[in-house]
Design a protein around this ligand. Structure first.
Ligand code: ADP
Length: 417
């Protein structure tokens, strides 16, 4: 089954065209600068053919039109008719408590997504725009929503509630949701495959370290805790986001600096994290370069970053009552031997027999602990698009996708008063 996987940002559409049964990516690309001057579409076909188009792409609907035109193009395309697109799978950031797994997008689902805009104002509007654009150009093709939050809906109330008056959960659904769910799901299952052990028998900590960073405790195949919370701001130090902090301090700074709500939001989301601490860069490569050149605050930012990852590994091992594997993924997790080595430097007591050589180089997907290590550490390139394509295929066929196998029940607390 041929699936068009779509991930819409505010001014971009990332896409892949995947033959899901054989797990083959036929084409992948990016439409960037939508609604701005000099919009660009770059498409790479499975055989390496690359095409780059520039023009005025006014909105997401026009972006989808361009994508379809490229996929259908005689010289650079992969299909000869729209009917060869059997389904569209959309990455949707926030499913709140409404979605514990992927769903066929119906009018009711769209309404729920609109209702959730209030708690996901930065992401869900673009995702909805993408869905509407695909509906416009592919009216007869089934569309499926795959949620970043769904994998973490297996968390228990003790992990997902905040220590604030319960009324705010009841009134506004303020709780921890977690994000990057498709990535955590993919790498947890992949390490189980590599270990040739059923995921139902494993305690895994997954570390998705990119521009946004989060970790998850995956016990017996289900997420039981994760570092991001009500929004993707909680938890680890990130490129521009602060992660965990004492909530009182933001009120203090707002008072001292006379910040508005919008200014405070920007401070925590855009000017904090690696860039805020180092004053140098939000990009881990540049942080490492600056640190090597003797930049003191870049070193502090690097150490803070690794400190938090290390801390959560310990916390999650305690929560799960043991640890079998740690997985690193995302731009930093996949590409920074320095970060992985620093994080693992104190983990020998847990049974991590770290292999410095394997960490330094090797295939993109590999283990970086020595054979016989009690806890295995792996580097696994994430593949969220594949998860979206497979979920879409199963949903369209009326089957339960593997991503929902361990989702026994929705943990929301409606019954509790
Ligand atoms: P996003 O979360 O936007 O998808 P990525 O997963 O691509 O981002 O991660 C981007 C981060 O990965 C940046 O901080 C970048 O510096 C970092 N990164 C990429 N390659 C390397 C590398 N070789 N060494 C260290 N960090 C790297």
């Amino acid at each position: 089954m041929n699936i068009l996987v779509v991930n819409c940002g505010s001014s971009s559409i990332k896409y892949q065209f995947i033959e899901a049964d054989s797990r083959t990516t036929m084409a992948r690309g990016l439409v960037d600068r939508i609604g701005m001057s000099g919009a660009v579409l770059t498409n790479t076909r499975h055989d390496g053919d690359v095409i780059r188009l520039t023009g005025d792409i006014l909105d997401h609907a026009m972006g989808v039109e361009y994508v379809l035109a490229v996929l259908l193009s005689k010289n650079h395309g992969v299909i000869s008719d729209k009917s060869e697109i059997h389904a569209v799978g959309h990455r949707v950031v926030h499913g709140a408590e409404d979605f514990v797994g992927s769903v066929l997008i119906t009018e009711d689902v769209l309404q729920s997504l609109r209702d959730n805009i209030e708690i996901a104002p930065l992401h869900n509007p673009h995702n909805i725009r993408g869905i509407m654009a695909c509906r416009q150009h592919l009216p007869d093709v089934p569309q499926v929503g795959v949620f970043d939050t769904a994998f973490h809906q297996s968390m228990e109330p003790a992990a997902f509630l905040y220590g604030i008056p319960y009324i705010f959960y009841q009134k506004y659904r303020i709780r921890r949701y977690g994000f990057h769910g498709t990535s955590h799901f993919y790498v947890a299952n992949r390490i189980a495959e590599l270990l040739e052990r059923p995921i139902e028998s494993l305690k895994i900590v997954t570390c998705h370290l990119g521009n946004g960073c989060s970790m998850a405790a995956v016990k017996n195949g289900a997420s039981i805790d994760t570092t991001m919370g009500f929004t993707p701001l909680e938890g680890l130090l990130m490129g521009t986001r602060c992660g965990d902090l004492d909530p009182q301090l933001i009120l203090y700074i707002m008072g001292k600096e006379e910040l508005t709500l919008a200014e405070a939001t920007t401070l925590l989301n855009k000017h904090s994290g690696l860039i805020g601490v180092s004053g140098e860069s939000s990009d881990m490569r540049e942080i490492e370069q600056a640190m090597d050149a003797g930049h003191a605050r870049a070193r502090i930012a690097f150490e803070m970053f690794c400190h938090r990852v290390r801390k959560y590994i310990g916390a999650y091992a305690a929560e799960m009552g043991g640890l079998d594997a740690i997985v690193f993924t995302g731009g930093i997790g996949e590409n920074s031997p320095k970060v992985r080595e620093s994080v693992c430097s104190t983990l020998r007591f847990l049974g991590v027999d770290f292999d410095t050589d394997a960490n330094a180089q090797g295939p993109k997907e590999r283990l970086i602990t020595r054979p016989g290590s009690h806890v295995v550490v792996g580097v696994i390139p994430t593949n969220e698009e594949l998860v979206i394509a497979l979920d879409t295929m199963h949903i369209v066929r009326g089957e339960t996708p593997p991503s929902m196998k361990h989702m026994k029940r929705n943990r929301q607390l409606d019954a509790v008063t």
